[in-house]
Design a protein around this ligand. Sequence first.
Ligand code: ADP
Length: 488
Amino acid sequence: MNKENTTNEFFTDWKYAAAPEGTEHIKLNKQYDLFINGKFVKPNSKKYYTTINPATEEKLAEVADANEKDVDLAVNAAKNAYDKVWKKMPAKERSKYIFRIARLMQERAREFTVIESMNGGKPIRESRDVDVPLAANHFFYYAGWADKLDYAFPNKKPQSLGVAGQIIPWNFPLLMAAWKIAPALATGNTVVLKPAETTPLTALKLAELIRDSGLPDGVVNIVTGFGKTGAAIVNHPKVNKVAFTGSTDVGKLIQKSIAGTNKKATLELGGKAANIIFDDAPIDQAVEGIVNGIFFNQGHVCCAGSRLFVQENVADIVISKLKQRLETLIVGNPLDKNTDIGAINSKEQLQKINEFIKIGIDEGAEMYQSSCSIPSKGFFCKPTLFLHTSQSHRIVQEEIFGPVLAIQTFRTIEEVIEKANNIPYGLSAGVWTDKGSKIFNLTSKLRAGVIWANTYNKFDPSSPFGGYKESGFGREGGLHGLMPYLSF
Ligand code: ADP
């Protein structure tokens, strides 16, 4: 903490000293090729694109843009590895490889952490304490299941499917890769994975780690590119299972394009979670939970608590505490350990968020933003509240995927259930109350895949995650997360 002056302004006029994480230890190539059949190979497309640091707009590397031919090579490598090696390998041997990937990830945690924040814009505190440890834990967890599938599904004779085509978004690049790859390997499938176009670097580092782990060639292939590359994976005839996390629009496209095929699918799509605060809730904890639910990670979370429902008789106190807390949030350099809100992932995403902020104002809601300053370079957005919103507002109905919270009040439990459920999505929700009975009542009536009580955004590899309605179907994590990769 820096003491800015020695007068009695000390308590109001102070700030944290900068605490940036070093980047000297990070080794990034100038150019990254495609990881196919255990090697990095040049793309047939001969095309590369630039990936940047959204906090500085500086170039980080050139990354291959895979075309259909490249995807075909990757899928064939995965199919070959499936038929010749992986399917036949005793499950306990498979499990050793998965375990090794987890251990290597822990050993290289610092490198992954820094690259995740550089390429994605998320605060290092989050990539260090959440993304990377959870990604390693997913590999550990599923390493444990690989040789116990017959116990997990007794008398059902679980069989692997073949090649899993996996497409992931930019909000949790490494963690989403782990969520997809670990259960696929544990169940005996091989993989072609495509990271999001704006955040390919930790997936490519993971490719290096997988190569170093000695995993047999072709068991995991990582191809980079845009939507067209993703579509080529989905439509490839030798892909047996599609696992997708991303927008509801693309999820719908994928569902259409695999209709009538034998491909299995899991889709984890958008969300617009309700965070509900009752008057008997521990208010300070709830306010911290709201902040954690929507502002940390810039609201780049499908399960972000982007709608707040606060019981009318405590609305004034909750909103005033929320405004105070907003003022203390530090927006800026993602590599600084004190930063709460880092950079928005891309210029396009920032534009989309700003459009929604304008829509909110035009719809007549009252906007409140933190008075903090934001860096002039890079893509940043101030934490934003909208008061006096109503169910019909677009900022209440649509996913913004940014640090923007729409607030409504309610009087009765029936009213809040009705309002919370009255959206196309159903991924997650939060309930804050002193009463266990209220929690159970709500959890049985809210149409959401995950409901947190007196906490928010808590994850564990053993807990299944997934949605209802337009938030998708299928579960990832836990025992449930094995099922979409098996036939019975
Ligand atoms: P977001 O809006 O969060 O960026 P998208 O759904 O556009 O989400 O992207 C999620 C992932 O889906 C990315 O890896 C992206 O490249 C990929 N993708 C985009 N369009 C398609 C498509 N038509 N088919 C398959 N994958 C796609």
